[in-house]
Ligand binder design. Sequence first.
Ligand code: HEC
Ligand code: HEC
Length: 560
Amino acid sequence: MNFRALLLAVVAAASLGGLTQASEEAEPPTAEVFHGERLFLETRFAQRFYDFVSRGGGINESLDKGDPKLEKTYRFFGLPPYQIPFAPGPFEGSSYNCRTCHLVDEHVGQKELGMRAYNDFASRSPLPERDDGQSVSVRNSPVLVGSLSPRDPFLLHLDGEFASTRELVIATLTGRNLGWLPDESALAARHACEIIREDDGTGELAGEFSGLAYSEVFSGVSASGEALPEEHRIATERRINVSESSCDEILVGIADLIGHYLDDLKFSAEADILSPYDLFLSINGLPARPDEDESDEDYSDRLLARIDSLDESGELRFVERNPATEDGGFRFHDQPYRFGEIELQGLRIFFNREPAPGRGAGNCGSCHAAPHFTDFGFHNIGVTQVEYEAIHGQGSFWKLLIPAVGPRNEQADVYLPATATHPDRRGMFRRLASESDPMATDLGAWNIFLNEDYPNAQEPLHRSFCQNGTGCKTADQALGRSVAAFKTPTLRDLGHSAPYMHNGQISDLHASVAFYIAASASSRNGTIRNADPELRKVEITPNDIQPLVSFLISLYEDYE
Ligand code: HEC
Ligand code: HEC
């Protein structure tokens, strides 16, 4: 197709109304999303603020001395990736909130930083300082846009720790990410409830959210007894009177508002911001999502077949510019906005499951199915092993004693992670690998599966590991399958979420794709411990890297 025809196609598609930027037509946020954002930004839930209050500070006063970890934004650096303080931190002078590790536009326009999709720039997030020896999180902070997409089974965190958003938010508010140690979670909960009950709406953050006290937010009624304006009034069934409610009810109230806020963060698959890939689907009349009863995998197969047939009949149209910007480019990425021959070649390799002469089979879609580019499932592709063996030597991961269910329970204090119920557990297998301790590593879902401290995660994890056709005959076999398995991340908008993998081990897309050449070969010759069976079917060569990377870049979008 020539350029003019292309332009006409783009304009025609645009006039169907699907191409406007979300920001132009954005509906005002609901009251839940509006207040949820404030709670996401609230810094007073942190242990450091509690410390200030216990030294005589007032709940509605400003913190005297901010968390030193927030003076800088950390950026990953080198391999293995260590983070270094890189730029002045946007939250300097305050204590931690959710946003400190789930950044968005704080560093837009800054070289080597820029936009984020609710994650940070470090390979592992710096944690508030406590004297427990943990200075960074065990895992890379993941993208939150699209993270709550409905699916079944529904699990959050890279190891499947939480079966609901509510559980995740309450545990985070009262957990290590906000500076609380495992045996302080009850104290943290009481502190959070005190903030909600005593807040008078005079703080700086409250000022940005119409100056309401949290008691007004949650009751829907102002202190003078009038109903709040509709845009600030949460739905009746969510309203609580915080001076009479139990602390548990207040925590659920907080978690649900934050949940509404997170639920509102959506990529192209569910919103109007279009990546070149989504525009390509749109101008070719290809379905953007599965039919009602179709699985994401079947949809991905159908999409590939439709694209092949359009191509054969010479009807396929390409994308060369962004209809939503004046210069036709991206707003927040340096790459050209395009979906052409090479992206198409990459798409084919990506979704192709059967290798054929001259056509690599990435089998990527088996785990990264469209439209979300993740199956939200758990797989071991060898990332933990690579990190471990880089420190302890080739073959060392196989020698690590990983106990079966019985011995693991007998020595739960060594192997399993600390929780509010068992605050003294050492969690050797949810740690950073370290030269000084050959037992320390991160076995992902293994920490959670068949662990009674996480009752709600069991049924969904069982389905993830045992109901993929093959079943599990024994508990030991089931647990064995979860060794070093992590939740598949989305591949949308990767330009805003480097470094990659659960440990931030890989710093760019070329290296991430190249990783699969080695990993799939190792899984075929049996050197990856508990490799996912689908990994073996990845058959790509170095020639496939560039097309695959170009395809991944076509999934970038101007998320804002
Ligand atoms: C100190 C950094 C830090 C802070 C503060 C923080 N997070 Fe996270 N967040 C992370 C890391 C790291 C992970 C990955 C954890 C894992 O998988 O083990 C994560 C994971 C998540 C996930 C799961 C995403 C998914 O796809 O599974 C959600 C949702 C989330 N955080 C929301 C929040 C909320 C809400 C808050 C505030 C209450 C918050 N985070 C505070 C670092 C942080
Ligand atoms: C067996 C399932 C599976 C297959 C097949 C697979 N992936 Fe992955 N992919 C994963 C999982 C799981 C992770 C995260 C692993 C971790 O962090 O330990 C991941 C991570 C990634 C990442 C890093 C994303 C991020 O945000 O950290 C990229 C890029 C990626 N995969 C691309 C591909 C490509 C390209 C292919 C095909 C060549 C492919 N994947 C095939 C499961 C799979």
